[in-house]
Design a protein around this ligand. Structure first.
Ligand SMILES: [Zn+2]
Length: 303
């Protein structure tokens, strides 16, 4: 998420943006800016950095009472905390320009290194697989070739949805034990085990060579939904067997037919589905996004 303050400054400095950050060159430094949880973050990458440069940077930070920063490879990440009100953008701008001016003077005609090969060639920023990279032309071409190979290999993988589905169900079975444990022995809502069904479902799906696609993600979630039902039903049956203190299946079936018991079982099923439903929906979207193999190589867009 990019808030207006950062976008405005990015525009002013003629930077570009991706979905999550403002990025580009200021003088001979690569600059990234983004918003975080109660903070703004500024990352700077320099052509070179030695201990004198580091001292200069620390001085600037001390002067501006900034305590949180991390050294990166030929770069620094500065965190501006925002406890009550947003951190002043003009102050961030001053700090940024002060640093880039310094590095322009210290290393004229020099530039940051390519993120891939580490060489100081002409490079540009690209947005690949949800992250921004500063790449030279050669490394960009390599990425393009890799992507084509990967796309081709991915197309060759058989779909295997059915075996993936069976794998997801089989691997989720141990999750039922957790449902029983939570429900029968701790009296807790069994819906919590939905987390486990998704986790085990993914393991089973991939072990049984289900193809990693958005459809596959839906299959794992469907398997999870089925397991929630089976889990609650099994846990409820175990509870009844525990109450009657015998392993009489015929008696169990009779008891399960009693309208009051059926109502209670339905109630439990509904609650479990409502509670776990939110998690399933969240996971489905998450997985659909992650399990989409194709990725595009994009150039960050104008602000
Ligand atoms: Zn390179």
């Amino acid at each position: 998420m990019l808030w207006p303050g950062i976008k405005r400054l990015g525009k002013e400095l003629q930077l570009k943006r991706t979905d999550s950050e403002v990025i580009g060159m200021v003088k001979n430094c690569l600059v990234k800016m983004y918003d975080g949880n109660n903070r703004k973050v500024l990352e700077l990458f320099f052509p070179e950095i030695n201990y004198i440069d580091k001292e200069f940077l620390i001085n600037i930070l001390v002067q501006n009472k900034i305590k949180k920063y991390d050294w990166l490879i030929k770069g620094i990440r500065i965190t501006f905390p925002e406890i009550i009100k947003p951190y002043s953008m003009s102050k961030i701008k001053d700090i940024l320009l002060c640093i880039t001016d310094y590095f322009e003077k210290a290393y004229p005609n020099d530039k940051p290194q390519c993120n891939k090969c580490g060489m100081k060639k002409d490079a540009d920023v690209y947005y690949i697989r949800n992250s921004s990279l500063y790449l030279c032309d050669d490394c960009l071409s390599q990425y393009k070739r890799d992507k084509n190979n990967e796309d081709w290999e991915y197309k060759q993988v058989p779909t295997n949805y059915l075996s993936g589905f069976i794998g997801a169900l089989l691997f989720s079975l141990p999750g039922i034990l957790v449902t029983i444990l939570l429900f029968v022995f701790l009296g807790r809502l069994a819906a919590l085990s939905a987390l486990l069904y998704v986790f085990l479902g993914i393991k089973g799906y991939t072990k049984f060579k289900g193809k990693v696609t958005p459809i596959g993600a839906s299959i794992v979630i469907i398997s999870g939904l089925i397991m929630v039902g089976i889990g609650v039903f099994t846990a409820y049956s175990v509870l009844i067997l525990k109450t009657i203190e015998s392993f009489d299946i015929n008696r169990l079936i009779e008891i399960l037919k009693i309208p009051d018991i059926q109502r209670e079982l339905k109630m439990n099923l509904t609650t479990s589905y409502v509670v776990s439903g939110f998690y399933f929906i969240f996971q489905l979207f998450q997985m659909m996004k992650e399990w989409r193999k194709e990725y595009a190589i994009q150039i960050p867009r104008a602000i």
